[in-house]
Design a binder for this molecule. Structure first.
Ligand code: HEC
Length: 246
């Protein structure tokens, strides 16, 4: 029995690591929660290209407005397409059951995706859709092999094809690994522009995952200042109390 369990563990392990990142190296996301321009651009991209399928069930429009430097009016005019009120959460109109039928799997709510998958994963995921005619939507993804999501940003990015390198493994078999991409059909954005846009979108989702983070950092600074001040006061007090003993 023990042997079987060990054998099973070995069988499933390589599969697990593969599923975690698809074996493709992750890029470091340029997160800067103080950059309002970037967060606003990310919000715009999200409501235009993602909210048709994904919701942010735990994020309210007006909270977002305040945090990323917009007025309620600006949000109402530019970022709400669903008829929602500015105090509502960012739900979408797609019924989960239909979505499951259309895509095989319902698009997940993305409120905490940056925290559950990590920002680098997200940033890389958004940039690594590539042409694969064997998949239902004609595309595959480097960090999420066989993802059920279409390449919704292809008009911006264009379409890229996978580039493989072959090498021999320890047993002498040649293995093909995905090593990069070739842009075969340009999009409306240049590659650096698209990369920057995906940085903004990732930045926005990182903010959504932890809206309190900025506040916490500000608070943390005051706490440190308070502790520094307290140290001085306690030191002086200690000197005063021990004056007569020494
Ligand atoms: C046409 C519908 C549709 C649109 C539009 C769409 N997605 Fe998705 N998305 C899906 C589906 C379906 C899945 C589930 C894929 C799966 O689990 O195989 C998914 C999954 C995801 C995941 C989870 C990946 C993972 O590792 O689990 C992320 C992140 C994501 N989408 C981000 C986005 C972002 C960002 C946008 C906007 C640029 C977007 N999606 C637009 C349908 C969509």
């Amino acid at each position: 029995m023990k042997k079987i369990i060990i054998a099973l563990a070995f069988l499933t392990l390589p599969g697990l690591t593969f599923a975690a990142a698809g074996g493709f190296p992750l890029q470091t996301a340029p997160i800067d929660l103080t950059n309002h321009g970037s967060l606003q651009n990310g919000a715009k991209l999200f409501v235009n290209y993602c909210m048709g399928c994904h919701s942010l069930d735990y994020q309210r429009y007006n909270r977002m407005a305040r945090d990323i430097g917009l007025t309620d009016e600006q949000v109402k005019e530019n970022l709400i397409f669903t008829g929602a009120k500015v105090g509502d959460t960012m739900k979408n109109a797609m019924p989960k059951a239909d979505a499951k039928q259309w895509f095989g799997v319902a698009p997940p709510d993305l409120t905490v995706i940056a925290r559950s998958r990590g920002v680098d994963y997200l940033y890389t995921y958004l940039q690594t859709f590539y042409k694969d005619p064997t998949r239902p939507f004609g595309v595959n993804n480097a960090v999420f092999p066989n993802a059920g999501m279409p390449h919704v940003l292809w008009e911006l990015q264009g379409m890229q094809e996978a580039v493989y390198t072959t090498h021999k493994d320890t047993a002498g078999n040649s293995v093909k690994t995905l090593s990069g991409f070739k842009l075969t059909q340009p999009g409306s954005m240049s590659p650096p522009e698209f990369k920057e846009a995906m940085g903004d979108l990732t930045n926005f989702l990182s903010y959504v995952g932890e809206p309190i983070k900025l506040e916490r950092q500000r608070l943390g600074l005051w706490v440190l200042l308070f502790l520094a001040l307290a140290t001085v006061v306690f030191y002086l007090l200690k000197k005063e109390y021990w004056k007569d003993v020494h």
